[in-house]
Design a protein around this ligand. Structure first.
Ligand code: PLP
Length: 413
């Protein structure tokens, strides 16, 4: 987690950089460790961290009860968490997993993706989105993003479909806490008979026209990594209204075991052990209760930045009409982000770049034929985005520090 990044191009200001959830955070590892442990208050050491998971004493008590119960692996806490998370999303079913990547992998298996079939996805995401397609034997086919929202552009999806006849599904990524253009994507999927798997790993509680992500397509996947809007340490979940998908996914995460009879050792399909632990389930239940407050605080922080940074020569995030952004990240665009990051660092403000390399340009994708695509909006975004701290634990003082630092960069006193 806190492994130093040794790529000199990514080591901005000569500082060591560390991986958070796949992005490059400019910070020192002690700060991130403090943030990951929920101990960074952003004021005590004069720094404002990029993430700060907040585990309540109630969550700790619940974990203690689980430990005392002796039911540490899959169990009632996980089942209850699944029911509560499905209800929160407005979905009929949920299947908890060990992390967001395994959720995506199991969901694609459950949706019936076969070797060599194509799934259209965003090149501007954490690499896990496309990796999951490859893990099932499918081909990730990249379509460009909308430069304002950073999510899949339905027109670009249409263009891909004009050129290929191997596409069976679309995986829109709801990036930074903002849902993709689901109206456009749903129309295309309907017309071409494609499945939709939402990658909602960064968007717990985001909405489109009053409907939460998680029940907008055939299935959706969430991550509960520590920097996310809610966490279970490591963890993930699949939500769906389709019983066939939920049943197959529940089997797949449990060695393909027949879910119809919990006591049976009949394994009807190939599968994995992608199960969530009961400790993670207990933390998840406590975090889910607080998710509305977490998201409200993120939105308030974002509104404050929107107002305070409006006059500066940067692009602040877009929230299209009818959408509810939950600001997993507050990501701005600026031509010289290295200089801005350096000023913020001098003021003790952490920043991060999600993501400085689009997936089709990743070394691990050199051998993937679809990586040869030219995707200018994704490539430009990768060069210009910079995320500012927006997490719910920011104090008024922290937010002011961030704003003062950005203003100082553009208008030094
Ligand atoms: C968009 C996206 N997809 C998938 C994942 C994978 O989730 P996890 O890290 O829990 O495996 C992440 C996590 O960072 C993500 O941001």
């Amino acid at each position: 987690m806190t492994e130093p990044d040794t790529d000199p191009e990514r080591a901005i200001n000569g500082e060591s950089t560390v991986e958070t959830d796949g992005g490059v955070a400019e910070s020192d590892s002690t700060e991130i460790e403090a943030a990951e442990n929920g101990t960074s208050d952003g004021e005590s050491d004069g720094s404002v961290s990029i993430a700060a998971p907040d585990i309540s004493s109630e969550a700790i008590d619940r974990v203690e009860s689980v430990l005392e119960s002796g039911m540490l692996a899959d169990g009632p806490e996980v089942r209850a968490f699944e029911d509560e998370f499905a209800a929160y999303c407005g979905a009929d079913r949920a299947v908890a997993t060990s992390n967001g990547t395994t959720a995506l992998h199991a969901a694609l298996e459950a949706l019936g993706l076969e070797d060599g079939e194509g799934v259209i996805t965003s090149p501007f995401s954490f690499v896990a989105s496309a990796n999951a397609i490859r893990l099932v034997g499918g081909t990730p086919v990249f379509a460009d993003i909308d430069p304002e929202t950073y999510t899949l552009d339905p027109n670009a999806v249409e263009r891909v479909l004009e050129e290929r006849d191997d596409i069976v599904g679309i995986m829109p990524v709801h990036l930074y806490g903002l849902a993709s253009d689901m109206e456009g994507i749903l129309d295309i999927a309907d017309e071409h008979g494609l499945f939709i798997l939402e990658d909602a790993c960064q968007s717990h509680g985001a909405e489109v026209d009053g409907d939460r992500v998680g029940a907008l397509g055939d299935a959706a996947c969430f991550s509960f990594y520590p920097t996310k809007n809610m966490t279970t340490g490591e963890g993930g979940i699949i939500t769906t209204d389709r019983d066939d998908v939920a049943d197959r996914a529940a089997g797949y995460v449990n060695h393909g075991r027949d879910v119809g009879d919990g006591a049976s050792y009949e394994h009807i399909e190939l599968g994995h052990n992608y199960r969530m632990t009961s400790m993670a389930g207990a933390i998840g239940r406590a975090q889910l209760e607080r998710l509305p407050d977490f998201n409200r605080a993120r939105r308030e922080n974002a509104a404050y930045y929107d107002e305070q940074l409006a006059e500066l020569p940067i692009e602040t995030p877009t929230e299209p009409e009818g959408y509810r952004h939950v600001y997993h990240q507050y990501t701005i665009r600026t031509d010289n982000r290295e200089a801005l990051a350096a000023t913020l660092d001098e003021h003790g403000v952490d920043t991060a770049v999600y993501y400085d390399t689009p997936i089709h340009r990743q070394p691990a994708y050199e051998t993937v034929s679809t990586a040869a695509a030219t995707l200018p909006n994704a490539e430009r975004a990768a060069e210009t985005v910079l995320s500012l701290p927006v997490h719910p634990a920011l104090s008024d003082h922290d937010r002011r520090t961030v704003v003062d630092a950005v203003q100082d960069h553009f208008h030094p006193q």
